[in-house]
Write a protein that binds this ligand. Sequence first.
Ligand code: 6GU
Length: 252
Amino acid sequence: MRIDVISIFPDYLAALDLSLIGKARAAGLLDLAVHDLRDFTTDRHRTVDDTPYGGGAGMVMKPEPWAQALTAVLDVGPDADADDAPLSEDAVPGSGVAADRPVLVIPSPAGEVFRQATAHELAEADHLVFACGRYEGIDERVAEWAADRFAVRPLSIGDYVLNGGEVATLAMIEAIVRLIPGVIGNPGSLTEESHADGLLEYPMYTKPASWRGRDVPDVLLSGDHGRIARWRREEQLARTAARRPDLLPPVC
Ligand code: 6GU
């Protein structure tokens, strides 16, 4: 997979050199590049923003640096050698991700919510581009212009406001990259974690069996795998009902 990130604060993305993502890059499973949007400006002050038409607080990101940057990443990405045939319909039916079309993620609190299912969907793409906006966002015409070249996905990581798309991009890239085959050593950990089956994960314990007067539940020491599996399922349901009732199917 190829990932390009465009930002006016490329240093925010330095964490992508670390840990699991850094290892995936070293192993050749991920080709990731971060670009400074200001490198695609042409004026002396490297201007990326301007006042909003219609008035209001804050600044809006100018469209032209974005068009230049997005064109540049198309020219270096895995799509660069593709013929110029019109972009086809979805190659992965129902996924919204065409195998031959790069995906442009626009992080925004006004986007569709990014979920584990979104991470699985985007993990199938050959080329992801993240356009990190700052200020009040990017001129709306950029997304329209980009729709001829990319599958455009405005995505939010939750119902709160961040100062820009960089932190949301880090979260989304981590969620996506760990799903690429070979990135996680033990694939079993992908099927047992929270959200894998639509429920929160059951509680986990390790040694010692008794710690500061608190004992590990007996069932986990029983060696009875059937009983353990049933207990874990009940804990998942109880925890999900208590913390995230919105995830449970409606009761008729
Ligand atoms: Cl993707 N961007 C910003 N700026 N704020 C957010 C967000 C994204 N998701 C939640 N809040």
